[in-house]
Write a protein that binds this ligand. Sequence first.
Ligand code: ADP
Ligand code: MG
Length: 632
Amino acid sequence: MGSINVLGKEISELIAAGEVIDRPSAIVKELTENAIDSGASLVTIEIKNGGRTFIRVTDNGCGIAYEDVPTAFLRHATSKISKQSDLDSIMTLGFRGEALASICAVAKVDVLTKRPEDSLGCKYRICANVQEEYEQTGCPDGTTVIVRDIFYNVPARLKFLKKDVTEGNAIAAIVSKLALSHPDVSFRFIRDNKNDLLTAGDGKLRSAVYCVFGKEFAASLLPVDYSYNGIKVTGFTCKPLMAKANHSFQNFFINNRYVKSMTCMHAVDEAYSNSIMTGKVPSCVLYLAIPPEIIDVNVHPTKIEVRFSNEKLIYDSVYFAVKNALMTEDKEHEMNITQPQRKFTDAQLHPMFKDEKAEQLKMTAPKVEQVAFQQTGKPAYTPTAPLNSRVIQRPEPAVDVQNDKDDKEPLEENEKFQYISQSSFERPQQPVSEPVAESEIEEIVPTVIGEVFKTYIIVQAGEDIYMIDKHAAHERFIFEKLKSDVKSLDTQMLLEPVMVQLSFEEYDAIAQNPEKVQKTGFIIEPDLAPTVAVKGVPVMIADINPADLVPQIAQNLINSKVDPQLDIFDELFHSIACRSAIKANDDSSISELEVIVKAVFNSDNLKYCPHGRPIMIKLSKKDIEKQFKRIV
Ligand code: ADP
Ligand code: MG
């Protein structure tokens, strides 16, 4: 006798349901997407015990006709498509008709729904696929679905659920992404009787971001609005100094659906390279509108991980969109070095006062006073003639390797300042300092007043005082010079080729991009796949084993980096620049300082040191006058 059985309906339903619903957050996702698809402007999501015992999603959308309700719970029942060609132009979040069928297979479900055009609605109950109640009733327009006791009939699955708080957090994350993806819908999320989230639903991206991530995050963002070959990229990206510790604050939405995309992530990271602190990751909320005819976006409703038929196009649109936002960043963001202090009373500033805000203020306020004092009362140097009246010679960066130790201290000093900036980001009431935009300083003639702490050059230009970190500025200057000098690298031929085995994908990337590979200074020829023969290497890194570097070049090409040059060069240049640059605590002549000032004021790139620390901060005359209460 054969041993193949056709499974019964009940068990096959359970198996199918398991594919769609693995934990409470999957139910919330499906029900909320249905609510969005129903055209609702208000969606309320309520959960209890991490969604395990209770989930309720209420919308004010189109409702379901009384006679359609039982059908909606059948597998492959959907109102969103009816024929094959509809698949090419899906505008809704759902279309497979599997969610309700899957949910009712593993939980107890109640539905209350009414279409605006009907006078009576429908009350429906279904548990483990068995209909228990189906009647007409009076109720508000729209749909409410209540799901109780998920997996009550599948104990094995119940065991896999995590703690309520973890499941609840997963739901909160899903609701946040859905809220961000639809700024035109107002979402309310209630967790164990407490309001967790309420979004405005006014259609503005900034309000959605503000509601989901909070005021501090919203204040740290720069607008992005860019079109590239038919792809529109809008949203926000963070100011370089406000970067986070990991990638969890990078959010991408494609055609209003939340996605995870390595390509987008790499593009954003690269746009920030060399303008962000080492170890920090930029955050962003970016929306890509991609017409389906341009490129196949394989965005599967349950798979949030996406691949594109043309990754390079996506990479470039995101890269240039973000880069562009960063280039124009400070134009509309005036820097405040201090907040008007009248908000804080003397009592708050008393050293014994332990309030965090006052502590913060104490930490920053003296800095400003010191600068003001040095500048007005006791200049370290006699003011000099305007820079452009002098002949400026570029100093040759003297490579000074021994001075490493000296360099440590000022860096910590910088970090202290950085710390203050970062914490002011967390609390927007606090002083915020930002690097200065070139646009603000284009037309002014800077005068070097002197130097404080043997580290910061004090410059007056027009109505502003600038403090320039001489080491950071000089370091960045050298870094940029090194980078521009090595647009294409000199190659040293190897006596014998080094054979490097790659993955097939890496091999293809190398084989298909001979020109880009050549620019990196390597001579690499495809051999028997997936092995390549490395015949030459850049002179600068001739003693490093090519087997360690060639896969990185290949990966850079796969990730569609604009320039596949290895990160190792940036690191190399960083370290050369750091060692060659004037150190804090070095004695510097006024003319040396002037050279640095001139370089900073004349260059577009000298805004951050290569490690992403700011080079220059500004204190306006107005700010100083406010401090002295000359003006309020
Ligand atoms: P899909 O969303 O893939 O169509 P579902 O199982 O999620 O499949 O829903 C089945 C059908 O039930 C939908 O196509 C829709 O017609 C109807 N429906 C479900 N939820 C709602 C809702 N909140 N408002 C209006 N109609 C809904
Ligand atoms: Mg659905």
